[in-house]
Design a protein around this ligand. Structure first.
Ligand code: PEP
Ligand code: MN
Length: 337
């Protein structure tokens, strides 16, 4: 962090500021210019609340040279994180394919879809039991009954379960029943929930918030990791832009950025990004080509009668074709399903 002091700063103020920064276990190098002084702060500046320095009336401006996330930072953890779930791995040269309906609707529905996505090579089953809907009048999910049905589908197929948690009071139940706990876009900055999930050792699928920056996503991962749980999988699911043709705009540039900045695996959700079923295939392929560690895709056996997100769900037959195409692209990237 570089702090540029105003020209009229008394020497005593500079000394006071240096002392304050040193108390936070950081070192300060002072460059005295003709008119202005510059303080170069080195050490673990992640613990410094820069707004306190900025509030000092003699501080002209601050430039951050270090990222505020530490545990999620590749600088301190150069090797890629590989997460183990029920004998399966997420990250590294393995592609993680999570597929299933937006929401669990019935025993028949979830078991039929689970069987079909497994046959096509999916490694995980998704399905919402607790649904974060924009309208309170829309289907809110089967809740606990939905979790039971997911467990039945797991028993039938062996596919580990990925499902969304909406509040911290469900954590104990989720630890028992769920293999990967999903934090939805709307809860990406629910810091109390993130901290509680950080106290568990369950893999957490953290989806990017609707208008979250890359740094904000990594800071949310940092919340989970700073409590001890380093099993975080990031997910790009589209962000809000001025474009209205698609539900969201898929920001594929986040993949190479994350690969450069972090050691955490990142997967892509083309379904919620596009919001249109026929765009899922090209976006899924593009995600793998750009280096994503996997995909989470909405698959439904009867999209036109789905209780949630039928418009963006692909049918099992389409999913199978997509899986075959993805395997080929994965090879070029040195990955496999
Ligand atoms: C979902 O995966 O079902 C979901 C609601 O996604 P998001 O939080 O990305 O909108
Ligand atoms: Mn959905």
């Amino acid at each position: 962090m570089v702090v540029i002091m105003r020209a009229d700063t008394p020497a005593s103020e500079i000394s006071r500021l240096i002392k304050k920064i040193e108390e936070l276990n950081c070192m300060v190098n002072v460059v005295k210019g003709e008119t202005q002084s510059i303080l170069g702060i080195v050490g673990d500046t992640t613990k410094i609340d820069s707004s306190i320095i900025e509030a000092n009336e003699y501080v002209d401006r601050i430039t951050k040279v270090q990222q505020p996330y530490k545990l999620a930072n590749k600088l301190f953890h150069p090797s890629q994180t590989i997460i183990n779930v029920d004998g399966r791995t997420i990250g590294g040269d393995k592609l993680t394919i999570i597929a299933g309906p937006c929401s669990v609707e019935s025993e028949e529905q979830i078991i039929e879809i689970a069987k079909s996505v497994k046959m096509s090579g999916a490694g995980f089953l998704r399905g919402g039991a607790f649904k974060p809907r924009t309208s309170p009048y829309s289907f809110q999910g089967l809740k606990l009954e939905g979790l039971e049905l997911l467990k039945l589908a797991k028993k039938e197929t062996g596919l580990p379960i990925v499902t969304e948690i909406m509040s911290a009071d469900m954590i104990e139940k989720f630890i028992e029943d769920v293999d990967v706990i999903q934090v939805g876009a709307r809860n990406m900055q629910n810091f109390e929930l993130l901290k509680e999930l950080g106290k568990t050792n369950k893999p957490i699928l953290l989806k990017r918030g609707l208008s979250a920056t890359v740094e904000e996503l990594l800071m949310s991962a940092e919340y989970i990791m700073s409590e001890g749980n380093e099993n975080v999988i990031l997910c790009e699911r589209g962000i809000r832009t001025f474009e209205t043709y698609t539900r969201n705009t898929l920001d594929l540039s986040i993949i190479p950025i994350i690969k450069r900045q972090s050691h955490l695996p990142i997967i892509v959700d083309p379904s919620h990004a596009a919001g249109i079923w026929w765009m899922v295939e090209p976006l899924a392929k593009a995600a793998i080509a750009v280096g994503a560690d996997g995909l989470i895709i909405e698959v439904h056996n009867d999209p036109s009668n789905a209780k949630c997100d039928g418009q963006q769900s692909i049918k099992p037959e389409k999913f199978k074709i997509l899986m075959d195409d993805i395997s080929k692209i994965a090879k070029i990237e040195g990955k496999h399903i």
